[in-house]
Design a protein around this ligand. Structure first.
Ligand code: AHR
Length: 498
């Protein structure tokens, strides 16, 4: 089309509060994430706990508010008791998700200590594969109880008198997946999740429980929500303000090797997934006549990223080398998260270190991949209130989404979202075009000093290496006058005083 592109931002039109937890992380016992990633006791870069100090610093820089643990698929055969107490007594076990040996030298108490040092909240995932309800209750008691009971006393005996107050607990991980050690049908899962949820909330009503969804738009999602989003349960009965399930988890990985544009715009599907999961949540509430006073469950996007296990090198096809195209895809994911702020309670990039991660360790230090930089800019500035922004992009790419979403999503070459916090307006714009800069008038922007942060590179295939950071953040200022030139294949964050 020949209509010129434009952006209109309405800083006074707030959509919703952005939940800080959308900048969450995820550390799984998989590949080099825990061992060699966050825990590396023989490395001189580690502290007295064996934790890599450079990784801790990076997590602090990202200001990661919550970290999911210990899996992922790993959790389906994980017995938490194996990972507490004196290290020389902890058993080594065969590990059936990634077919390794689990030494259990890093477990619950180590993870809690790491979270405390990083300044982040723990989010634990329960074993719905080989685990039992008894074990799950024991873990909750170990972490949160102040009573004079067995597992609370075991925690004390292990040197931790105070409870950890773990707020977030997931009812299993990807239980629908054929790759699971103990795959469940949606009927079996919903029955188990409902029963466990009731018991867990009886033991500790203050916790936030996360149901295991799929993509957000599958028959699994619809069924388990319908069965579990209820309020009239034993122990909570009579309450019109408490819910059994507080969030619904969904996972989306994208990667499309057919073209840069396909790769960078595939995460549009993630935004659609949030919308669809939210609609299913609303439907379950309507069908089950949940009173409006009961808090509405939010979407918990607890695994998201660019990942193609076939193309990725390294153990388990997990050590992705991210290109600039992937960095733009990450920006498109996060753009959707900001736009859907009303329905999104948490999101966790999968994963935080070494495994499909923006952060890679070697024995000598850490390396920040291309995808680190848009993530850092979002985490630093895209907080507060999500505000309305309209984009006319001149060109739209009609594409059929990969996966199960059929039909075409109109995808603009310019993607945008905005946030307002502490008197600052932050506008994030991704230009996915490989060929064109766009010169765009921005209606609603105040002339004066505008801080400019740009993530770009020579071409969409560039990657960062330990020797050379080809992609990073370029900082500058602009007077806010006239249109702004968004360079081809780049991410830009403009920031000005409201
Ligand atoms: O993040 C890697 C794996 O991807 C997780 O273990 C699993 O939940 C998903 O399939």
């Amino acid at each position: 089309s020949s209509t010129p592109p434009s952006i209109t931002i309405h800083p006074e039109h707030t959509i919703a509060q952005i939940n800080d937890n959308i900048y969450g992380g995820f550390t799984e016992h998989m590949g080099r994430c825990i061992y060699g990633g966050i825990y590396d006791p023989s490395n001189p870069l580690s502290d007295a706990n064996g934790f890599r100090k450079d990784v801790i610093d990076a997590m602090k820089e990202l200001n990661v508010p919550v970290v999911r643990y210990p899996g992922g698929n790993f959790v389906a055969t994980y017995h938490w008791l194996d990972g507490v107490g004196p290290k020389d007594k902890r058993p080594k076990r065969p590990e059936l998700a990634w077919l390794g040996i689990e030494p259990n030298t890093f477990g619950t108490d180590e993870f809690m200590k790491w979270c405390e040092i990083v300044g982040t909240e723990p989010y634990l995932c329960l074993n719905f594969g080989t685990g039992t309800l008894d074990e799950a209750l024991g873990w909750l008691e170990y972490c949160n109880s102040t009573q004079d009971t067995y597992y609370a006393n075991l925690r004390r005996a292990n040197g931790h008198p105070e409870p950890y107050n773990v707020k977030y607990w997931a009812l299993g991980n990807e239980c629908w997946g054929p790759w699971q050690v103990a795959q469940l049908s949606k009927e079996a899962y919903a029955a188990q999740a409902y029963q466990w949820a009731k018991a867990l909330k009886l033991l500790d009503p203050s916790i936030t429980l996360i149901l295991c969804g799929e993509t957000g738009y599958s028959s699994w999602d619809a069924y388990v929500l319908k069965e579990c989003v209820r309020w009239d349960v034993h122990g909570l009965s009579g309450s019109t303000t408490k819910s059994l399930i507080d969030m619904h988890s969904i996972h989306v990985y994208t990667a499309d090797n057919t073209s840069h544009i396909a790769n960078a715009t595939a995460p549009r599907g993630a935004e659609r997934a949030i919308q669809m999961a939210s609609a299913l949540i609303d439907l379950a509430r309507i069908e089950n006549r949940v009173p409006e006073t009961v808090p509405r469950p939010l979407v918990c996007f607890d695994e998201w990223n660019v990942w193609d296990p076939v193309r990725a090198p390294g153990e388990l096809g997990a050590e992705e080398k991210y290109t600039l195209s992937d960095a733009l895809a990450v920006a498109v994911f996060l753009t959707g998260f900001i736009r859907q702020a009303r329905d999104l309670g948490m999101a966790n990039i999968a994963q935080s270190v070494n495994v499909i991660s923006p952060l890679m360790t070697s024995k000598d230090g850490v390396m920040k991949q291309t995808t680190w930089w848009p993530l850092l800019l979002f985490s630093k500035y895209m907080r507060g209130q999500s505000v309305a922004v309209n984009v006319r992009a001149e060109e739209y790419l009609g594409r059929t989404n990969p996966g199960w979403i059929r039909g075409t999503i109109e995808t603009p070459f310019l993607e945008s979202c905005a946030a307002v916090q502490d008197g600052w307006v932050n506008l994030a714009v991704t230009n996915v075009s490989e060929e064109k800069d766009y010169v765009v008038p921005i209606d609603g922007l105040k002339e004066g000093k505008v801080d400019v942060f740009t993530v770009g590179g020579e071409n969409v295939s560039v990657v960062n290496t330990e020797a050379e950071q080809k992609v990073g953040i370029k900082e500058g200022t602009w007077d806010g006058k006239g249109p702004y030139r968004f360079e081809k294949h780049s991410f830009t964050l403009l920031r000005w005083k409201a």
